[in-house]
Design a protein around this ligand. Structure first.
Ligand code: ACO
Length: 158
């Protein structure tokens, strides 16, 4: 299914999502001490990062939340970051980052709806592809979202 389940809505992240977003992300990794004012500063920074040469207000940082309408609870959060490249004639690549569904809301198709939304957003912003890195245990989930294996993730930790 591509449509959002009844009783949920999806929108760009806002200041009031602080508690729900940090809770959801703590199911993914260490959020650490991030105050409401630091959160607000990051959202304000993201808002300033416009894609170059565009007059449509398109931004690099596109973080969305899925909200349970009845309660206002953040059930899921995720980002598509749009990178301006030199290759492919100055093309755009979308990077899906930091996907987390709150444990209370898993298994309701919300993760899939979120990934479909972020992928479509990348396409509508002009990306020629959208990519992500994930654990082996999540490969099946991303395959259900239409993604396929490509390359090998590597890192050096600082
Ligand atoms: N392996 C295989 N299939 C899966 C998995 C999995 N780990 N998780 C879900 N699925 C399947 C579901 O069964 C469902 O199948 P169906 O459409 O045939 O019914 C389909 O994928 C969609 O599942 P959703 O209900 O949308 O998944 P959910 O909302 O529970 O979200 C997620 C999945 C995001 C992996 C969630 O479990 C989570 O937040 N985990 C912890 C954080 C995490 O690992 N995030 C991803 C990090 S990678 C990154 O951020 C780029």
């Amino acid at each position: 299914t591509n449509s959002i389940p009844a009783g949920f809505e999806i929108r760009r992240i806002e200041s009031r999502d602080y508690a729900g977003v940090t809770t959801a992300l703590s199911g993914l990794t260490t959020v650490g001490d991030l105050s409401q004012s630091q959160f607000d500063d990051i959202l304000a920074y993201w808002d300033t990062q416009l894609l170059p040469g565009r007059t449509d207000g398109a931004r690099s940082y596109n973080t969305s939340v899925i909200i349970e309408s009845a309660t206002g609870r953040v059930s899921a959060v995720g980002t598509v970051f749009v990178e301006k490249k030199l290759i492919h004639a100055g093309g755009l690549v979308g990077h899906i980052e930091d996907i987390a569904v709150n444990p209370d809301f898993r298994g309701k198709q919300l993760g899939k709806v979120l990934i479909n939304h972020l992928s479509a957003q990348g396409a509508s912003l002009g990306c020629y592809k959208v990519i992500l890195d994930c654990d082996e245990k999540n490969v099946g989930f991303y395959e259900k979202c239409g993604y396929s294996r490509a390359g090998v993730e590597m890192q050096v930790r600082m």
